[in-house]
Design a protein around this ligand. Structure first.
Ligand code: CA
Length: 379
C-alpha cells in the first residue's frame, strides 16, 4: 500500500521567439499542464495532459479528491474510480486528457515504488531503442516557404533522423509543390509523412493523394475532420497512401468507432489524452484485433515524450515476421523550451533511434528551478 497524499498541478508556459502556424491556427506561445502525484512516503510521479492547459488543470482538480487516500499501486482501480465519476463528462475531450495526466503520473509513481521502468509494467520493451521521426516543417511568413521547408527537412536528416513529417493543408496546389521540394531535399531513402491536421474535404484529400503519390509518402495524417468516419473509410479505400489519425480520438470506445469504420491504417493515440497508459493498453489491444498499426502522438514536454516512448517500445508490431516492420515515435522539433529545458534526459537521436529509459517509472527528472521559471504567464 502506498497512499496517495497529494495531487498538484503546474501550468507551465513559454513565449515563442519564432511564432509558427499550421493549417488551423498559429502558435505564439506554448502552455502545458503538468501533474505531480505524491504518496505518503514522499515518492512521486509526473504526468501531463494534452490539451488547453488551464482546462486540463480544472479537470485534474475535479478528479484529484477521488484518488486521495487511495493505493497508488492500484492504477487500474483508480482509473475506474475516476472514469466512473467522470463518465457523463469524460467520454472524450479535455476531461479525459486530465484523467490521462493523472494516470501517467500514477504509472510513473508505481514504477518508482516497484523499482521498475514503465515499459516493464506494460510487458517489457521489445528492444533497447525505438525509431523516431522529426515533426516539423510548420508554416511561417517566410517569403520563400518552400525553400525554407526543404532546408529544414534536410537539417533533420543531417541530425540523424531517418524519417520526417511535414505539414500540409495550405491548399493542394501549394502543398504538392512543398512535398516535392522536401522529398527532393531529403533524397529517396528517408521516410516522409504528411499531416494536414484535418484541413481537407474528401475530394481535396484525394486530389492531394494523386498529386504526391509518387513521392513515397509513408502516411497521410489527419486528412479529414476527426468525426468524418465515413469520409475516412472512403478515402482509405481509394488512397494509395496509408491513412493515419487518432490524436483527436479518445478512449477505447472512440478508437472502436475509428477501427469499426476501417478508417485508418495507423492509429495515433496520445497517451496524455486518450486515457493514459491504462486506456492506451486497451486501445493497443483493439488495434491488434483490427490489424491496425499503433504509433503514439507526442507534442508536449519530456514527460509526454517518455510516456510515448515506453508505450511504443512495448506495442506488438504487425504482421509478425523475422525482420519486423519499423514503428516510429513522433519527436516534435519545433521551438519548445518546455521540452528542452524542463526535464532530463534529452533523448539524443542516434542513427534515427532513441534509447528507452530503464530507470524506475518514466525515467524523467523535472528541474524544479526551471519549473518555477516557466510557471505563471508566458514569458
Ligand atoms: Ca498531427
Amino acid at each position: 500500500m502506498s497512499t496517495i497524499a497529494r495531487v498538484e498541478t503546474f501550468v507551465v508556459s513559454q513565449k515563442l521567439r519564432h511564432p509558427f502556424h499550421f493549417s488551423q491556427w498559429g502558435f505564439d506561445h506554448r502552455a502545458v499542464c503538468l501533474v505531480r502525484v505524491t504518496a505518503d512516503d514522499g515518492r512521486y510521479g509526473w504526468g501531463e495532459g494534452y490539451g488547453p492547459a488551464d482546462v486540463v488543470r480544472a479537470g485534474v482538480e475535479f478528479f484529484a479528491p477521488l484518488i486521495l487516500g487511495g493505493d497508488g499501486l492500484r492504477t487500474g482501480a483508480l482509473w475506474q474510480q475516476m472514469h466512473a465519476r467522470g463518465h457523463d463528462f469524460a467520454r472524450r475531450g479535455v476531461l479525459l486528457a486530465a484523467l490521462s495526466a493523472i494516470d501517467v503520473a500514477l504509472w510513473d509513481l508505481k514504477g518508482k515504488i516497484l523499482g521498475v521502468p514503465v515499459h516493464m509494467l506494460l510487458g517489457g520493451k521489445r528492444s533497447d531503442a525505438v525509431s523516431v521521426y522529426a515533426t516539423g516543417m510548420y508554416f511561417d511568413d517566410e517569403p520563400n516557404l518552400t525553400a525554407r521547408l526543404a532546408t529544414e527537412a534536410a537539417g533533420y536528416v543531417a541530425q540523424g533522423f531517418h524519417a520526417v513529417k511535414m505539414k500540409v493543408g495550405l491548399g493542394v496546389e501549394a502543398d504538392a509543390v512543398n512535398v516535392r521540394a522536401v522529398r527532393a531535399a531529403i533524397g529517396p531513402a528517408v521516410k516522409l509523412m504528411i499531416d494536414s491536421n484535418h484541413a481537407f474535404s474528401l475530394r481535396e484529400a484525394l486530389d492531394l493523394v494523386r498529386r504526391v503519390e509518387d513521392c513515397a509518402i509513408t502516411w497521410f495524417e489527419e486528412p479529414l475532420a476527426p468525426d468524418d468516419y465515413e469520409g475516412y473509410r472512403e478515402l482509405r479505400r481509394r488512397s494509395s497512401i496509408p491513412i493515419a489519425a487518432g490524436e483527436c480520438e479518445y478512449g477505447v470506445a472512440g478508437f472502436h468507432q475509428l477501427f469499426g469504420a476501417q478508417a485508418v491504417d495507423i492509429a495515433q493515440p496520445d497517451i496524455c489524452a486518450c486515457g493514459g497508459f491504462t486506456e492506451g493498453q486497451r486501445i493497443a489491444a483493439l488495434a491488434r484485433a483490427h490489424s491496425v498499426a499503433v504509433t503514439p502522438h507526442c507534442w508536449g514536454t519530456g514527460i509526454g515524450f517518455a510516456a510515448g516512448l515506453h508505450f511504443l517500445s512495448t506495442i506488438d508490431l504487425l504482421p509478425g515476421r523475422l525482420r519486423l516492420p519499423e514503428s516510429f515515435l513522433e519527436m516534435d522539433r519545433t521551438e519548445n523550451a518546455l521540452r528542452d529545458e524542463l526535464t532530463q534526459p534529452r533523448y539524443p537521436v542516434i542513427a534515427g533511434r532513441v534509447t528507452v529509459p530503464d530507470a524506475p517509472g518514466l525515467g524523467v527528472e523535472v528541474d524544479l528551478l526551471r519549473l518555477a521559471d516557466f510557471s505563471g504567464p508566458a514569458k
